[in-house]
Ligand binder design. Structure first.
Ligand code: SAH
Length: 375
């Protein structure tokens, strides 16, 4: 397999085959008079053999190969930057159509390799502690651009560093790009494509409640919820989508997720912000909130970025917080920060976003105002 296909120019009016999951490909093939099993064959060539030259797809009929050559393309994101951190974490900056850039991160561990995948160019949500949020929002990624991140990473890593886990915790809110996220997740799980275990593919959401119900119905995948606060007042400030879908609604949706979960529980993420959400009383309120929710808690030390206005909680505060949850029977882990020296840690992914939300303009104005006041 060559890298040429990665940089192949987008052909107008050609269908990108990476935009289809199995069901989509079956429908596509039946429209052109082909049998549905062709979809399985093609998926295996694309995702398992990594073959992108139609002439090499020897079990497809000659006429189908000719059709594909004349109407279809296999177009991946282009790597514009690759950096390996001292701990082995790899960050790629990928150029998408129209020049937008997003980031994908591979985190190797002893027994697994996790790929952190982006779902949007920027993010439309304005979580106050996240640097992607400050970049504003441009557009949803296509299915091809989401699954293409796995293809590119697999290709670059070779056989040794196998991707065993995928977390949709890169740039963007996956549930606000619902259809493409579901199709890409289908390809991650499909035995004819990447064949990953449903326990090892996680969609992380800030709490888009109606889409959480739709996700449970649409596919069998693990779900993580970015909680970050034990009460509505604080969560409204940290995760503003809470103003639309407050905690009571979110907790009900979490129960639904648990019911459908391949693992029988839901994972919560909680970023540790010094003096903001990390006190004893926050921990106790959290225990109360989660009393009836089968869950695991992942405490994430805050990763700083310029002008965030936040600091990471002290190690002792994180440990005390963890202990309170643990004593209440909640399995609680503290996430190890990885790839810090290459800005690949949670909330540090910024890509390059042609912002359409005007958030960057608003933030810049606010900063000037603050400087004027304090100067
Ligand atoms: N929009 C989705 C997925 C992207 S964020 C979501 O909100 O879940 C992935 C995780 O990183 C989320 O839990 C997010 O809250 C967390 N995160 C964002 N900024 C961070 C920062 N600066 N430090 C630590 N974690 C952060």
């Amino acid at each position: 397999m060559t890298m040429n296909s990665v940089t192949e120019p987008v052909k107008r009016n050609f269908d990108n085959l990476l935009d289809f999951d199995k069901k989509g490909l079956e429908a596509y093939f039946s429209k052109i008079g082909e049998k549905p099993f062709r979809a399985k064959q093609l998926l295996k060539w694309l995702y398992q053999a990594g073959v992108t030259d139609f002439d090499e797809m020897t079990d497809l009929s000659k006429s189908l190969r000719t059709y594909l050559k004349e109407h279809c393309m296999i177009n991946f994101p282009e790597i514009v930057f690759e950096k390996v951190a001292t701990d082995g974490t790899v960050k790629w900056v990928l150029k998408m159509a129209c020049g937008n850039r997003v980031e994908t991160v591979f985190i190797p561990e002893e027994k697994r390799g996790t790929l952190c995948v982006s779902s949007q160019v920027g993010c439309a949500l304005a979580c106050s502690f996240c640097s992607t949020a400050q970049q504003g929002f441009n557009r949803n990624l296509t299915t091809a651009e989401i699954i293409g991140q796995l293809w590119v990473a697999n290709h670059r890593l070779g056989d040794e560093s196998r991707i065993t886990n995928v977390v949709m915790m890169g740039m963007g809110e996956p549930l606000l790009n619902f259809d493409n996220t579901v199709k890409a997740v289908n390809l991650m799980l499909d035995d004819c494509a990447y064949g990953l275990s449903k326990r090892r593919v996680t969609v992380s959401t800030s709490g888009v409640v109606p889409a959480m119900y739709r996700l449970s119905a649409a596919c069998d995948v693990s779900v993580a919820v970015s909680l970050h606060a034990p009460n509505d007042v604080l969560r409204n400030e940290l995760v503003p989508i809470n103003q639309k879908y407050p905690l009571a609604q979110l907790m009900e949706a979490c129960q639904d997720v648990v019911k459908h979960s391949p693992r029988g529980f839901i994972t919560f993420e909680y970023v540790m912000l010094d003096g903001v959400n990390d006190t004893f009383s926050d921990a106790r309120a959290l225990v109360k909130l989660l009393k009836n929710v089968p869950c695991k808690m992942n405490l994430i030390p805050f990763n700083p970025f310029p002008n965030s206005g936040y600091e990471c909680s002290k190690a002792s505060a994180i440990e005390a917080f963890r202990r309170i949850l643990h004593k209440a029977g909640i399995i609680t882990t503290v996430r190890k920060t990885r790839g810090e020296d290459i800005d690949a840690a949670c909330g540090q992914l910024v890509g390059k976003v042609a912002d359409k939300s005007r958030r960057q303009v608003k933030l810049a104005k606010n900063r000037v105002n603050v400087e004027l006041l304090s100067g």
